[in-house]
Design a protein around this ligand. Structure first.
Ligand code: MN
Length: 137
């Protein structure tokens, strides 16, 4: 890992793959892991209705909401509304999803690490409309 400033102009915004996300979602890699760090930092922008599939992280994940209004659900738990300044702590190997509210965008930083085998995320099935539209707590 060498000391430097990664300029905003060095990264290109990517459209998130539609087999892992629902709706239009944009990803900007803020920091890509460099040995010995295993930390990846991604800024993710969900358009209204956009969300991840169900998934789990081998070493957990931290989300920090930057703007908009979002939704988050752990498997078996309520749909929670998340707002700018909120930090969501997701334990290892816990099924969950996150995304925008139906009528608002949401942008968060996603911080995650890989395990000893290099695994970070296990992707699962899309979030059903029924699960997504359940009124948030
Ligand atoms: Mn996640």
């Amino acid at each position: 890992m060498k000391p430097r400033i990664v300029r905003a102009s060095e990264t290109k915004t990517k459209i998130a793959p539609d087999d892992l996300f629902v709706g239009q979602v944009l990803q900007d890699q803020v920091f890509v892991p460099e040995d010995p760090s295993r930390l990846r930092v991604t800024r993710v922008t969900f358009t209204p209705g956009g969300r991840t599939n169900w998934h789990a992280h081998a070493v957990g994940q931290i989300l920090y909401v930057l703007s908009g209004v979002g939704r988050y659900q752990m498997d078996g738990g309520p749909v929670e509304e998340i707002r700018p300044g909120d930090t969501v702590v997701i334990p290892p190997n816990t099924r969950h999803w996150h995304g925008a509210a139906p009528d608002q965008m949401m942008c968060h930083l996603a911080l995650s690490e890989s395990d000893d085998q290099g695994n970070a995320t296990d992707w699962l099935e899309p979030v059903s409309e029924g699960d997504y539209t359940t009124a948030p707590n």
